[in-house]
Design a protein around this ligand. Structure first.
Ligand code: NDP
Length: 286
């Protein structure tokens, strides 16, 4: 056990975080807007606080996990004069810009600030596959890393406090793109009564095989060499109208296939028809 800790926010994730800290043997004070949620954690040995101020004054390390950073700012505003000499670890989902603002605000109040992006669902916390990106005050990270390791692996990605949110959003972007595409595939299959289970058995190995090409895409992007012998943008450009027509004919929302058609039109017009899909990473930049 290291320093006394507070966890602000006991939703699904905050509860899992507090529980992991208790399991690791730490002294943990917990606060939640809806006080009843402290019950199960108190049963595990946590100390309940009836206000953020009470939680903060009992702690050196303050972990916040609320719905949004607006809520974090609101809660911290109420305890600004108590934060000097303490460390805030904010594990609420947010933007790089907002993390930088919160870090500057914390510095004005004499507090160290780390922003974090949790790559896990609550059930994975403290398990072998969970990890958290951290950015911001590196000294605070080094000091508290053994404590933060209770949640899973710790990945410090830089002194710019915005970087953890950037990594977090980048990984979630890949996930949402895949998940939305998968739901759209189910929607299309449903129009012909193909059972989702049957499609799932086909989708999982298919997507897995396609993901195996991601490292080659990464190499193309890092070296800025996009010529391909796999599948050219010209070929994809010619195929996408079939998707749009099939969605229309079957009565399914085309979602991002319209914008994809536009970006492929632009790619071909600008002379990138011979390049692979890795070229898109450079065309999406605005
Ligand atoms: P929950 O909805 O379970 O919990 C939300 C928390 O925010 C509760 O403690 C809630 O308090 C509090 N809250 C909401 N509004 C206010 C307010 N106005 N003032 C004070 N507190 C407020 O969400 P999760 O725990 O799942 O998520 C929390 C954060 O963790 C989010 O930013 C989420 O994106 C992130 N995250 C979640 C993951 C997940 O799989 N669940 C994965 C990775 C990140 P109350 O109990 O009183 O409503």
């Amino acid at each position: 056990p290291t320093v006394p800790l507070a966890v602000l926010g006991l939703g699904m994730m905050g509860t899992a975080l507090a529980s992991a800290l208790l399991q690791a043997g730490h002294q943990v004070t917990v606060w939640n807007r809806t006080a009843a949620k402290t019950g199960p954690l108190v049963a595990q040995g946590a100390l309940p606080a009836d206000s953020p101020a009470a939680a903060v004054s009992a702690s050196k390390l303050i972990i916040a996990c609320l719905l949004t950073n607006d809520h974090v700012q609101e809660v911290l505003d109420g305890v600004g004069d108590q934060l000097a000499g303490r460390t805030i670890v904010n594990l609420t989902n947010g933007t790089p810009a907002r993390a930088r603002e919160l870090a500057a605000w914390a510095a004005e109040h004499g507090a160290s600030y780390l922003d974090g992006g949790i790559m896990a669902v609550p059930q994975m916390i403290a398990g072998p596959h969970a990890y958290v990106f951290y950015s911001g005050d590196e000294r605070a990270f080094r000091t508290h890393q053994p404590t933060l390791a209770a949640f899973g692996d710790t990945k410090f990605v830089g002194a710019d406090p915005g970087l953890a949110a950037l990594y977090d959003i980048a990984l979630l972007t890949g996930m949402y793109g895949m998940t939305v595409g998968v739901m759209q595939a189910f929607a299309l299959a449903r129009t012909e009564n193909i059972p989702a289970r049957e499609l799932s058995e086909l989708l999982v190995p298919w997507i897995g095989a396609m993901l195996a090409g991601v490292p080659a895409d990464a190499e193309a992007i890092d070296s800025d060499q996009h010529l391909t012998d796999v599948s050219s943008l010209a070929v994809n450009h010619a195929a996408i109208p079939n998707f749009l027509a099939a969605f229309r004919d079957q009565g399914v929302d085309p979602l991002f296939f319209g914008p994809l058609q536009e970006v492929l039109d632009r790619a071909v017009k600008e002379g990138y028809g011979g390049d692979g899909l890795s070229r898109l990473a450079t065309l999406f930049a605005r």
